[in-house]
Write a protein that binds this ligand. Sequence first.
Ligand code: UD1
Length: 341
Amino acid sequence: MRRKILVTGGAGYIGSHTVVALHNTGYEAVIVDNFANSSKSVLDGLEGIIGRRPKLYELDCTDRKAMREVFQKEKGLQGVIHFAAFKAVGESVNEPLKYYQNNLGSLLVLLELMEEEGVKNLVFSSSCTVYGQPEKLPVTEETPTQPATSPYGRTKQMCEDILSDLRKSKSPVRSLALRYFNPIGAHESGLIGELPNGVPNNLIPFVTQTAAGIREQITVFGDNYNTPDGTCIRDYIHVMDLADAHIKAFEYLDKVSEESFYDTVNVGTGKGNSVLEVIQAFEKVSGEKLNYKIGDRRSGDIEKVWANVDKANQVLNWQAKHDIEKSLDDAWRWQQQLSKK
Ligand code: UD1
């Protein structure tokens, strides 16, 4: 019998790829998703990859009563991987309550139920946004966090604080917060990938939509930063590598001997690429010429950030396997499949 893991937000971008990784490693993912920012077509993609429809509860993770029923019905859950959250930085500035309510509320409900039902292992989606603009690069988990620049970022910091407080309270719940750098790419089948709502905020979907002719032009947000080519630097990680890190994180927690446990781990490639490097790499793998222009800086952007991934290597025995070209190739395949529909 496959060991069962609850995956909240399992129809979302990183969640759906993690459902595939769980299946490939011999686990059964039970998805909870309210499709607030995902589409039911993801389930078809998942079925195409893993050969069956994953078990799904369509509900809101902040609904304590409904979530309690899931925990009680799905006896023997081995852990929870919690992706369900709102993630648009700009929207969070305009609608902070929505972000606090959803991102904090869902974590609180889960933790309460995990304690109640004796489910011990929690992998939490955090973000490198907690570091702000670090003074020293690459960032390690010891790099001091900085005051968040948006309610979205603050919810990630607050959720980390909640998990840390829970450990101090000697709660039996053991958790790891994975601090993601910039997830990109798609499953190589082209059957699942990133599905942004409306005009994408993030770089890669904007790049692929421009190449596909959906957007006329992409603007590079600033070329006067203190970086070699003047454009911002990020650590872009293939979403399947990121998905694998969740399996390793769960397996690590499962073996922790302490009653109560919490820690943070960076998940990136350890390598930074500038916006112009990403565009060049995309042009190379796709054979498409990208229509881009240099524009103003985007307010709130971090100049440069990339990860030190020693801890993930050593503690989780994990490292990224795919490079930026593979990530962009998979992102492009996904976009082309979408455009055909
Ligand atoms: C952003 C959030 C981060 C969040 C992540 C979720 C900010 C400051 N950070 O990360 O907290 O966890 O999304 O996915 O909003 N770029 C362009 N043109 C575009 C789009 C992006 O030049 O049309 C550049 C940006 O300036 C940046 C890089 O591409 O240098 C990556 O941007 P993006 O994909 O939005 O991610 P982050 O800003 O790193």
